[in-house]
Design a protein around this ligand. Structure first.
Ligand code: HEC
Ligand code: HEC
Ligand code: HEC
Ligand code: HEC
Ligand code: HEC
Ligand code: HEC
Ligand code: HEC
Ligand code: HEC
Ligand code: HEC
Ligand code: HEC
Length: 329
């Protein structure tokens, strides 16, 4: 992101927060929560502990700046200086609540004066929803994270800090706790065997990433897939030749999507097909008696071995511009 883009992000953020403050700031709501959606139960849970001052309601005198924090937390600060978050301090025109350590840990004066660990916001001890909302204060704009609060991950109590480490990432790029796909396998062991099948998307080999197909930050369609419900656009990202449009479409490619015929992770069958024999796949939808001649008829469509390889003749199975039965592209 360019400096300009960051500036715009912050401007937008302040506009939105400004409006939110007008609407929300009542006498009862005393800024001790991270976002605007945390309920009463969360407030009670953190009674007596320092909790995040909302970014809406800020007393600038409670902030000390990153240099002060660094003076006692040299080791942590070293990692921070290497990472992308020091850049937040470049937004000089913003208030202290968006600067340095305190952008995440909240106002630090009381803690800096006492060195009492109970007087600073510890993100690791917040609920996943609360700590994630703190991150989203800066990261919720743009496609990538817009849906996190409704994601399968947060709904199942998986938050930003389960995948990202701010201070000690194993993978500096994107601050990942562990590299993909190991990061994902650490919880999704069940899908791991698919990627060891004889035919598979080469995820373990590093050619394709889980996050090429899924958005770990959530999305609007099932299985947190990127792009449309039919999965078309997702697969088209890489398999552009299948996108068409074709003069003669093979209907299920568009209506049911690629997974009607392929297992997207991996398969024991060549071409990641869901069935061991192509004819069995076709016959899930096409009836021999109606579409392709009775089995005993003297037709190339009977079940004789040599006709079983349907795609020997129907080669352009994803669609054709010249032939309605897909004999040629
Ligand atoms: C005068 C020294 C001093 C200053 C200044 C200081 N801290 Fe601390 N901080 C400590 C000590 C001592 C502890 C408790 C020991 C520990 O866990 O490292 C602590 C603990 C913490 C913890 C909890 C660590 C845990 O294990 O959960 C956080 C978070 C923290 N500090 C953040 C900050 C931030 C942010 C700032 C700046 C606003 C800051 N500190 C300024 C001395 C300081
Ligand atoms: C982008 C948000 C963010 C910023 C900026 C940030 N921290 Fe943290 N910090 C965290 C999170 C999240 C944790 C909890 C660690 C975890 O669960 O992975 C944490 C943990 C800590 C801890 C506890 C020890 C540890 O490593 O777990 C200390 C101490 C700390 N931060 C100090 C600082 C200081 C000092 C700065 C500024 C130099 C700073 N932090 C800047 C998010 C941030
Ligand atoms: C289930 C794991 C997971 C969770 C939960 C998660 N992330 Fe990520 N995040 C990733 C992975 C993996 C990538 C790297 C994707 C890539 O390399 O394309 C990433 C990338 C990012 C990026 C870089 C995005 C970009 O466009 O380059 C940011 C910023 C980010 N995450 C922030 C967050 C925040 C903030 C949260 C919580 C609101 C969060 N993440 C929750 C796994 C996760
Ligand atoms: C004060 C605003 C702010 C807060 C709060 C914040 N971030 Fe960031 N974050 C940024 C900025 C700015 C960048 C740098 C963006 C860039 O250079 O593209 C960044 C970068 C990142 C990246 C790396 C993106 C990349 O492309 O490598 C990740 C991952 C990330 N943040 C996760 C988090 C998580 C997790 C939290 C909460 C613990 C958090 N952020 C809290 C502002 C913030
Ligand atoms: C080539 C694209 C692609 C890649 C790469 C990919 N997935 Fe998927 N994944 C899909 C599609 C498509 C579905 C939906 C399958 C369906 O509708 O039958 C899915 C379904 C899932 C599901 C839910 C259903 C199930 O099988 O349990 C999980 C969990 C999942 N993927 C995790 C992962 C993980 C973890 C990785 C990386 C190790 C990964 N995926 C890599 C495309 C992909
Ligand atoms: C800390 C554990 C954890 C990590 C790490 C994690 N996940 Fe998840 N994920 C879950 C849980 C829990 C669910 C919800 C229950 C389920 O569907 O398995 C979920 C749901 C999903 C779903 C939706 C499944 C569906 O059927 O709709 C997908 C896709 C997914 N995760 C992909 C990923 C990818 C890709 C990564 C790595 C970038 C990842 N997850 C990392 C715990 C995790
Ligand atoms: C990030 C890019 C990417 C995405 C997205 C992607 N693929 Fe692939 N796919 C590949 C690559 C690269 C190969 C070649 C694999 C190899 O050589 O190991 C491949 C191979 C295949 C093959 C086997 C081809 C052969 O000749 O055996 C099929 C079938 C396939 N993909 C279907 C899909 C489907 C269905 C989707 C959507 C769910 C999808 N792909 C999404 C990159 C992608
Ligand atoms: C009606 C079933 C069906 C649907 C739907 C389908 N495919 Fe296929 N696909 C096949 C068959 C059958 C083969 C093997 C063709 C052969 O044996 O030559 C194949 C082969 C492939 C191959 C490898 C050979 C080649 O042509 O490049 C890729 C890649 C592929 N499909 C991607 C996709 C994508 C992407 C989608 C979704 C847009 C999709 N398929 C939808 C049946 C289907
Ligand atoms: C998921 C269901 C499905 C699968 C699997 C499937 N088809 Fe189709 N196919 C259809 C539908 C629906 C149509 C369009 C309606 C029709 O003409 O029957 C169609 C149309 C066709 C047509 C064009 C018919 C015409 O008269 O224009 C051919 C040829 C064909 N399919 C061959 C195959 C072959 C070969 C396979 C196996 C590789 C296959 N189909 C797998 C659903 C499927
Ligand atoms: C030896 C070549 C060959 C093989 C192998 C073959 N077909 Fe055909 N198929 C044809 C011909 C020729 C037509 C008729 C084309 C026309 O009407 O112009 C046809 C037509 C079709 C049609 C359209 C029927 C209609 O009524 O319009 C479907 C569906 C079909 N085949 C499915 C299959 C399936 C499923 C298989 C595998 C079990 C298969 N074909 C194997 C040559 C073949």
């Amino acid at each position: 992101m360019s400096g300009k883009a960051i500036t715009r992000l912050f401007l937008l953020l302040f506009l939105v927060l400004g409006v939110a403050t007008l609407g929300l700031a009542g006498p009862k709501k005393h800024g001790n929560e991270v976002g605007s959606g945390a309920g009463q139960a969360d407030n009670d849970k953190h009674k007596g502990k320092p909790v995040a001052e909302t970014h809406q309601q800020v007393d600038p005198s409670q902030y000390v700046g990153a240099e002060t924090c660094k003076s006692c937390h040299e080791d942590v600060a070293r990692g921070y200086d290497k990472g992308p978050h020091w850049k937040t301090t470049l937004a000089k025109h913003q208030g202290p609540e968006w600067q340095g350590c305190e952008a995440c840990h909240g106002p630090g004066k009381a803690h800096a004066e006492s060195a009492d660990p109970d007087k600073i916001l510890r993100l690791g001890s917040l609920s996943r929803e609360e700590s994630s909302k703190r991150c989203l204060g800066c990261h919720e704009f743009g496609q990538e994270h817009a849906n996190f609060l409704r994601s399968e991950h947060l709904k199942n109590n998986v938050g930003c800090v389960d995948c990202h480490s701010i201070h000690a990432p194993k993978i500096q790029a994107k601050l990942l706790k562990v590299a993909q796909p190991q990061l994902c396998y650490s919880c999704h062991l069940d899908v791991k065997p698919d990627f060891s099948k004889p035919f598979h998307h080469r995820v373990n080999e590093g050619l394709v990433a889980c996050s090429n197909c899924h958005n770990p930050h959530g999305g609007f369609i099932t299985h947190q897939l990127r792009a449309t419900a039919a999965q078309d656009q997702l697969c088209f990202n890489c398999h552009t030749d299948k996108a068409g449009p074709f003069a003669f479409e093979h209907q299920p490619v568009k209506t049911e999507g690629c997974v009607a015929c392929h297992s997207p992770h991996g398969s024991s069958n060549p071409r990641l097909l869901r069935r061991s024999n192509v004819n069995l796949l076709c016959l899930e939808c096409h009836s021999f008696t109606v579409d392709a001649g009775a089995p005993d008829a003297p037709s190339f469509h009977n079940q004789a071995q040599k006709y079983q390889a349907c795609t020997m003749c129907h080669v352009a199975i994803h669609g054709s511009n010249s032939d309605h039965v897909f004999f040629k592209p």
